[in-house]
Ligand binder design. Sequence first.
Ligand SMILES: O=P(O)(O)O[C@@H]1C[C@H](O)[C@@H](CO)O1
Ligand SMILES: Nc1nc2[nH]cnc2c(=O)[nH]1
Length: 368
Amino acid sequence: MSSAKIAINGTSATNGTNGTAKEMNGADLKKLKNANPPKVYIGSPQKEFNPSSNDSLDGNQSPTESGPPCCVEAYSPYNSCTYELIESVAQFLLDRVSIRPKIGIICGSGMDGTTGCLADALTDSTSFPYETIPYFPTPTVPGHMGRLVFGYLGDVPVMCMQGRFHYYEGYPLWKCAMPVRVMKLVGVTHLLASNAAGGLNDKYRVGDIMIIKDHINLLGFAGNNPLMGPNDERFGPRFPAINRAYDVNVRRMAKQVATEMDINNITHEGVYSVVGGPSFETIAEIRMLGALGVDAVGMSTVHEVITARHCGMTSFAFSLITNKSVTDYESYEEPNHEEVIDMGKQREPVLKEFITRLVKKIEDDRDE
Ligand SMILES: O=P(O)(O)O[C@@H]1C[C@H](O)[C@@H](CO)O1
Ligand SMILES: Nc1nc2[nH]cnc2c(=O)[nH]1
């Protein structure tokens, strides 16, 4: 494996080779954190990109819009993050890693922690703490690391979000899903998202896996969607179809993996619904969701999948059932984030194996 250079504000560090990982650190991070807005360095020799000027990004592209850097308006409900800006973030990453992943993974709660998580299984990895990536949001939730990691899962090149962004953190949906567009422009064709969810279906037990076959976008019902605002056709159409969001072929492969791993008894296929959070559901809300045909409820994924489908990515997602949704007024049980994180950690080895095998199948399928 050849070694690549990671350039940080004009300094550089050598990328890890053969199982080692490199991360931006110390003084460089401090410098980047203090930069406001973050600086984007594109091309060689490095040059500072000012989104509000007509600076050329790499000699070929130029921003088509003037005005302030759009992603700085973090709380705008409408996506004002231009194609050019996303392209510049993707280029920032591509300039610093040598691998070209086709598969992007988003690790859910408890699966993205500090030890033993999927991202740690990557070899030849290069990781970017989110605060070092221009225009990236930063996670605020305990149990969510904040790193984008490039590396090999088995022998398959992937990029992996170790920690995601949630609506309840105060980020608009488009911003929560912005990394998916970055993945797209990095060259990713397949999105694999995981999440922690409360189980409504009576047959589900804590620790089970639910392959998502469909979703109910409750945030969308309430008039909120990551695609609201001006549409850029370079990403996708104004009115994308979403009825085949969870790819049937990848779901079939995931079920094959479950059979190979002999975990069919804990693997299901069902409907996920997203709520805004951060409060968990009331009993009346859970009963309503159950009546609507929801099998598991959580606070993420749907806006990422919508964004992925909009830009033509194949998407797959699964939930780890970290707690049973409470449906009984007599019950003293209360869902809590600690049990969510604990269950994620407990299931880490199984999920790692599940994802590693699935990624391999997808890669082999892509090659056929
Ligand atoms: O990021 P995910 O959807 O896995 O996280 C779920 C929703 C909340 O962030 C958290 C609640 O414990 O778990
Ligand atoms: N909304 C919601 N999100 C979760 N994430 C993990 N468990 C739950 C839950 O019970 N409800």
